[in-house]
Write a protein that binds this ligand. Structure first.
Ligand code: ADP
Ligand code: MG
Length: 323
């Protein structure tokens, strides 16, 4: 349909200085610098599953790219190119303008070229593929954690999940508290600079999209290690701290999704370099525990309560201490 080509030309055709050929041909063409590897990932946002019907289009454009940049950050890669596959229920000029503005503002900030995609009619579905570059062999992988490593997280955890819990009426927040947390849910800030700064320092890294316990669990599984973390050390916002007597808040902190912070491990002697890297990247980092040797019959992930006793964990994604 011609409407499709008009729409692509109007909203999704932008200069792509970092590519050989951008939007408009059967394929885009790019070149990876000599001695580098290509880091590739895709993340989909589906209406009704990842966002509510009627969600703000500009925030969606931002988030669709931000969650992909977060994966690039977690590998320590430099983001370079993205593609965008869109299913749209109807052609809505206002929605497209807003979505594209949100997407492109973040793309410009990180010098990511939108080099292609696909546009079709269907239930609203947004799939972004991101590509980045890394000097060969320098990726921050999930399988590099070693016993003795300190475990770190960036930023603060749980606010996004707290906002979602409030939207679902599982917890009551004041209007100001909601506003503070909702910006974390709708406008996550990918930790690209931190990922880059941690190259050559961190042994392993992952971005926290499904909650700290689940995502740290992936590092443990891939690295064949165990871990102990201190509940009291977890970085929480003032809002979350105020509600820590509530199950929903504890859950948000330990197992909430959509944080898009980095969880990484590094040798204790690298502490000063980790802190310097975080300072350069302009984001706070907090040491929350230690990587241990895996022992048969002992849970791989132990969370210590403030009184030193272990919280009883239920699977990787939950815990039954508060239930
Ligand atoms: P084809 O039929 O060969 O798949 P399309 O008609 O789907 O080509 O797309 C034409 C051009 O527009 C291609 O370069 C494609 O990558 C690009 N494109 C399509 N949809 C989008 C989109 N939503 N964002 C960016 N580029 C897009
Ligand atoms: Mg096509």
């Amino acid at each position: 349909m011609t409407a499709e080509f008009d729409l692509i030309a109007r909203y999704f055709t932008h200069p792509a200085p970092g590519a050989v050929l951008g939007v408009g041909d059967d394929c885009a063409l790019t070149r990876v610098r000599a001695g580098h590897e290509l880091a590739v990932s895709a993340d989909m946002l589906v209406e009704g599953r990842h966002f509510f019907r009627g969600a703000d289009a500009r925030a969606l454009g931002h988030k669709a790219l931000a969650v992909n940049l977060s994966d690039i950050a977690a590998m320590g890669a430099t983001p370079r190119w993205a593609t965008l596959a869109l299913a749209l229920p109807r052609v809505d000029a206002r929605w497209l303008r807003e979505f594209s503005a949100g997407f492109m503002a973040l793309a410009r900030k990180y010098k990511v070229d939108l080099i292609g995609g696909d546009t079709t009619r269907g239930p609203l579905n947004i799939c972004v593929q991101i590509m980045g570059e890394l000097p060969r062999g320098n990726a921050l992988r999930r399988d590099g954690a070693r016993a003795g490593d300190e475990i770190w997280v960036s930023g603060r955890l749980g606010d996004a999940a707290l906002a979602l819990a409030a939207l679902q009426k599982k917890i009551k927040l004041t209007r100001a508290e909601r506003a503070a947390c909702e910006s974390r849910l709708h406008r996550p800030q990918p930790r690209v600079a931190l990922g880059l700064a941690l190259r050559g320092i961190a042994h392993s890294a992952i971005d926290i999209s499904d909650g700290l316990l689940a995502d740290l669990g992936h590092i443990l599984e891939r690295s064949q290690c165990a871990a102990e973390i201190e509940f009291a050390a977890l970085p929480a916002s003032a809002v979350l701290c105020r509600h820590l007597d509530r199950v929903a808040a504890c859950r948000a902190l330990l197992a909430g999704g959509d944080d898009y912070e980095l969880c990484f491990t590094a040798a204790p002697r690298q502490r000063a370099r980790v802190l310097a890297a975080a300072k350069r990247a302009g984001v706070a980092v907090t040491a929350i525990g230690r990587i241990k040797r895996l022992t048969k019959g002992v849970p791989a992930l132990l969370v210590r309560a403030p009184d030193g006793t272990p919280l009883r964990l239920k699977g990787a994604g939950g815990f039954d201490h508060f239930i």
